[in-house]
Design a protein around this ligand. Sequence first.
Ligand SMILES: Cc1cc2nc3c(=O)[nH]c(=O)nc-3n(C[C@H](O)[C@H](O)[C@H](O)COP(=O)(O)OP(=O)(O)OC[C@H]3O[C@@H](n4cnc5c(N)ncnc54)[C@H](O)[C@@H]3O)c2cc1C
Length: 412
Amino acid sequence: MRLYGQPNSPEAYALRDFLNRSVVEFDWVELTCDADCDNELGLPSLENVRLPVVELPSGERMFAPTVREVAERLGWVTQPRFKDYDLSIYGAGPAGLSAAVYAASEGLRTVLVERQAIGGQAGTSSLIENYMGFPQGIRGAELAERARQQAVKFGIEILLMREGVKSEFRNNHIYTEMADGGKMSAKANICATGIEYRRLDLPNENQFLNLGVFYGAGASEAPFCLNEHVFVIGGGNSAGQATMHFSRYATKVTMVIRGDNLATTLSHYLVKRISESEKIEVLFHSEVTGLDGDKGLRQIEISDRRNGTKQIFETQRLFVCIGGVPNTEWAKDTSIIRDAAGYLVTGSDLLKNGQPPRCWTLERDPFFLETSVAGSFAAGDVRHNSIKRVASAAGEGAMAVAFVHKYLEESA
Ligand SMILES: Cc1cc2nc3c(=O)[nH]c(=O)nc-3n(C[C@H](O)[C@H](O)[C@H](O)COP(=O)(O)OP(=O)(O)OC[C@H]3O[C@@H](n4cnc5c(N)ncnc54)[C@H](O)[C@@H]3O)c2cc1C
């Protein structure tokens, strides 16, 4: 595939990000003037072309398509095969993918529903170095693609570009309304919807969204940072990884963190590499308090949290890696208990003085990954008290399937 577009186009970024996370090989062709347009597309004037353009291997061109339209054209958006499933899994990050592999391999009629690209947060990681079995590390999108292939081999049904927005539990079933108006039902479900990136909450942030301000590690953007000074906000592992990755391309990478050291939030190996790199600078006690530019980001303001001193830096790219909030809006009208931050509470965390909550309907206590609704499980980052790691999310996905079997046996 070839993708043609103008530099700093948010629409082109969205497509690049999606294709990159979906491990689709494509060439990115930047068009900056009419001559480029003529040479590359055979069309005389940039102004009259609806960009970006996606060119499929067959030569067919799609003009200004949405991500969904491209996914549809690739045959990835399909209708559910069944009316009712043994198990529905929401979210195809490491937790959902792992649950899918085990559920499908163990014979459950399972559907995996994902609203964007396969891989979740992990799919945006340039290199996961601490996942067992990959001594040289593995690109997050590649790990996710391998898991997808494995789940498909066992017969999983995957519905992409579909989002569960509302759920109801009755007759030992979960009934879910989808954003596109469709409906799904299953005897049990695993919520593996992970977290959504937190934003900076600056007044003109939307103006620069994907036009210089990127949420997450922006793995697809690294090659465009050649000879640039880029900024990464955040002191966690995802920010550290992104910093290391960008430093291979950019002239300089500045990490902006609120705290006074990296060791409390970052894995030891990343602290070591960051402090050893001559290209990386860390601004402690700092936060980004202003964004400025025209068609794209040009400047950011960074304030020192100790004394309020402000400094202006020229940059065209700012990557915001400051964690996120759980995707659990769908649960707000159900009996599923969420903690104050919105994470799904499971297992013994639901017990107060040894007693399950009032809404709990069974004699036994909730299983370890079971929510306050019997048969509805949570796995991975979306779960209260979860460990935010690929391995733990994958482990919980596998465990959740074991509990689903127990639940289905007892409710048969
Ligand atoms: C850049 C980056 C680098 C990282 N590097 C590492 C690392 O090196 N090692 C490590 O161990 N961990 C790393 N992590 C953390 C790790 O990726 C996460 O802990 C892990 O991805 C959590 O998996 P998950 O399946 O629980 O959720 P997620 O990965 O967040 O996946 C959730 C999925 O659910 C989908 N979804 C949300 N709502 C809905 C809905 N209503 N309907 C359908 N689908 C929905 C989302 O689109 C998403 O695909 C990194 C994270 C980031 C962001």
